[in-house]
Design a protein around this ligand. Structure first.
Ligand code: ZN
Length: 162
C-alpha cells in the first residue's frame, strides 16, 4: 500500500503535468491508477484521490464507486478539465486525505461538469451535482496545487475515534 502524502509535502503545491496520450495505457500510469484505487479503498471515509496525493505530479484523479450505488467500479479522470460550473454555490463540509484530520466549510458550486480521458484514452464528459460536483472541484484543485484549507472557514481538527 502506498502512503498518502501529507501536508506540507511540496508535491501537494505543484501544478501537475498532463498525462501524455501515449502514456495513458503504459505501465506507469496503469500502476498509478491501481495504487490510487487501493489507497481510496483502504481509507474508510475516502471518496476520491488525486495523483499528487501519492506523490505523482500528474493530472489524474479517481472517484470511488462508494459515491453512488449506481457505479460498479471506481471512476478514472485523466487530464480533467472543469468545463462548466453552476452559478449556485453552497457551503459544504470538506476534508482531505492529505490534511488529516482537519475539516472545514468550503463554498462550492452545486453543479460541475468535467471533461476528461478514460483509461482507454477516450474523451468523456460527466455532469455532477452535490457531492460529485464538490469532488470534481476539490480534485481539480489538487492538480493545481490548491488545498481546501486555503479557503475553508471554521476549520476543526476531528481525529478518528478509537
Ligand atoms: Zn484532497
Amino acid at each position: 500500500m502506498k502512503t498518502i502524502v501529507q501536508l506540507p509535502d511540496p508535491v501537494l503545491r505543484q501544478t501537475a503535468a498532463p498525462v501524455a496520450t501515449s502514456e495513458i495505457k503504459g505501465k506507469h500510469i496503469k500502476t498509478l491508477i491501481e495504487d490510487m484505487k487501493k489507497a481510496v479503498e483502504h481509507e474508510e471515509d475516502a471518496v476520491a484521490i488525486a495523483a499528487p496525493q501519492l506523490g505523482e505530479s500528474v493530472r489524474l484523479f479517481v472517484v470511488s464507486k462508494r459515491v453512488d450505488k449506481k457505479y460498479e467500479d471506481d471512476l478514472v479522470f485523466i487530464n480533467p478539465e472543469i468545463i462548466r460550473l453552476g452559478k449556485n454555490k453552497t457551503i459544504m463540509q470538506e476534508g482531505c486525505l492529505s490534511v488529516r484530520w482537519k475539516y472545514g466549510d468550503v463554498k462550492r458550486a452545486t453543479t460541475a461538469s468535467v471533461r476528461a480521458l478514460n483509461v482507454e484514452g477516450n474523451e468523456f464528459v460527466m455532469n455532477g451535482r452535490g457531492l460529485l460536483a464538490q469532488i470534481f472541484q476539490h480534485e481539480v484543485d489538487h492538480l493545481n496545487g490548491i488545498l481546501f484549507i486555503d479557503t475553508a472557514k471554521n476549520i476543526e481538527d476531528i481525529p478518528p475515534q478509537k
